[in-house]
Design a protein around this ligand. Sequence first.
Ligand SMILES: *[C@@H]1O[C@H](CO)[C@@H](O)[C@H](O)[C@H]1NC(C)=O
Ligand SMILES: *[C@@H]1O[C@H](CO)[C@@H](O)[C@H](O)[C@H]1NC(C)=O
Ligand SMILES: *[C@@H]1O[C@H](CO)[C@@H](O)[C@H](O)[C@H]1NC(C)=O
Ligand SMILES: *[C@@H]1O[C@H](CO)[C@@H](O)[C@H](O)[C@H]1NC(C)=O
Ligand SMILES: *[C@@H]1O[C@H](CO)[C@@H](O)[C@H](O)[C@H]1NC(C)=O
Length: 501
Amino acid sequence: MDGNSIVGFYILLSIALYVQGAKKNVLFLVADDFRPNIGVYQGLNLGPNHTPNLDTLASQSMVMKQAYVQYAVCGPSRSSFLTGRRPDTTHVYDLETYFRNVGGNFTTIPQYFKNHGYTSVGIGKIFHPGLSSNYDDPISWSKNYHVSQAHHYGHSRHSHSWRAVPDIERQQFPLVDEMISTQAKKSLNELATAGQPFFLAVGFHKPHLPFLFPQKFLSDIPVSMVDLPTNAYAPVDMPDKAWNNYAELRVFNDIAVFNATGNPNTTLPDNVVKDLRRAYFSAVSYMDSLVGEVLSELKNLNLMNDTIISFVGDHGYSLGEHGLWTKHTTFEDAVHAPMMLRVPGLTDHGVVTNQLVEFVDLFPTLVDAARLPKLKICPEESTHVSVCTEGKSMLPLMTSPNGPWKMAAFSQNKRGKGIMGYTVRTDQYRYTEWTRFNGAPVFKPNYSRSLVGVELYDHVKDPQENVNLAHHHDKTDAVASLKKILHSGWRSKDTNPGIIG
Ligand SMILES: *[C@@H]1O[C@H](CO)[C@@H](O)[C@H](O)[C@H]1NC(C)=O
Ligand SMILES: *[C@@H]1O[C@H](CO)[C@@H](O)[C@H](O)[C@H]1NC(C)=O
Ligand SMILES: *[C@@H]1O[C@H](CO)[C@@H](O)[C@H](O)[C@H]1NC(C)=O
Ligand SMILES: *[C@@H]1O[C@H](CO)[C@@H](O)[C@H](O)[C@H]1NC(C)=O
Ligand SMILES: *[C@@H]1O[C@H](CO)[C@@H](O)[C@H](O)[C@H]1NC(C)=O
């Protein structure tokens, strides 16, 4: 056999061995507001790397280095990836709306596993909590959902944007994510002996604001390791609508004292920027340590070879880049998020892909990895179709990470009632149109009306998105072709070859 056929033989062999095995469990891990601050993503200068547990997981997983959420806000993003449908199908653009009330009675990832003989158990933050998910979407789970209540560590919810919590205080009031990992370990022990495959979803609240973490994590990241962003200004020629005034951070008492307006090209004092970045990185290390605890319990129970592990952050995050904080934008920092998938027998030695994947791809991939009946692509109008997807299985990328794949990743973000930013990422560019949007019952952009703003960033020359080139005369052709991609959307066979309609 020549080199290629040997490789081909081993690929077939590994698929054959893999298909033979028994039903695999799924451990579904989600972190909140977590940009790809993991060792394997370094080179993107996201900050100091202190994630030993996620690094280990990454070395046994397929890491999607260019994964994009469909909407950089928790509720809309989670509604989208948990149903495998895009925001204009779920009709969720905010933190108040429940997809079953406005989009359709869609089958979610945990619900699909439950319907196929799995015990599905949820802990912590998986759906956006409260009314917006009818309290964690009870229909998705086989057992009562485990909600852990956070203690506020202050006189009110908004006293501190960050805090290193001393051990003595933690002993009295455990941090919420510690309660979640403790429950996760307990559930794993129960599920391990229950004799049914399980789908266990564990959602951590960190590194979301307020950045609260056990004291020791702060000393692991000395101030000297923390840089100021090199681009603390709004992109040149940025349209107004692209901005978000990060009220979510300014509302904290320790930030409000600086009277920041949140307007473009205003900023917080340098020492505050550094402190916030340091606190975020500390909260990341803390969350990483809890992921480690859950994974070592899985190992102790001897379930590593029988369990598919998925890890995602629900969207990206700005930490002072462009002078911006938090999310609610269509910038790369907000829509680029970590995603990795460990499938025993397929990703044991680690696979990295730079293909443009979308969070809607997670549902069909997990279904394929677990060898459940494949999901069909949703028809244009899928309100009454309970099981289908608007994503694509990434399983083929595990054996061929550079194989044929989509050429674009789509995201969006709403501004007020009638304006939506639609953005597309290709290999080279991010292109965004701020356009009139027809809400209920249409849920579509009206591209025949004049645009409110246009952005074009060249990621080869300007990975930080500092200069909007949309109106540059030598970019006319690029804009025209990107406009076509954006308007024809994810269903187009030009950008999504091999899509089966
Ligand atoms: C939603 O679908 C589930 C089955 O998947 C069904 O049990 C439930 O009654 C439906 N809810 C509504 C409001 O139709
Ligand atoms: C912000 O600052 C940049 C860099 O100095 C400048 O090019 C841009 O026009 C400014 N934007 C606004 C909205 O003031
Ligand atoms: C913020 O505004 C308050 C009330 O106007 C003022 O007393 C305070 O000095 C201001 N703080 C800063 C840092 O400018
Ligand atoms: C898990 O699978 C790998 C590769 O298939 C094998 O080498 C290893 O011995 C297995 N571990 C256990 C604990 O069964
Ligand atoms: C889109 O905008 C155009 C121009 O304002 C208008 O004539 C048309 O009715 C709009 N289409 C929809 C579906 O709202």
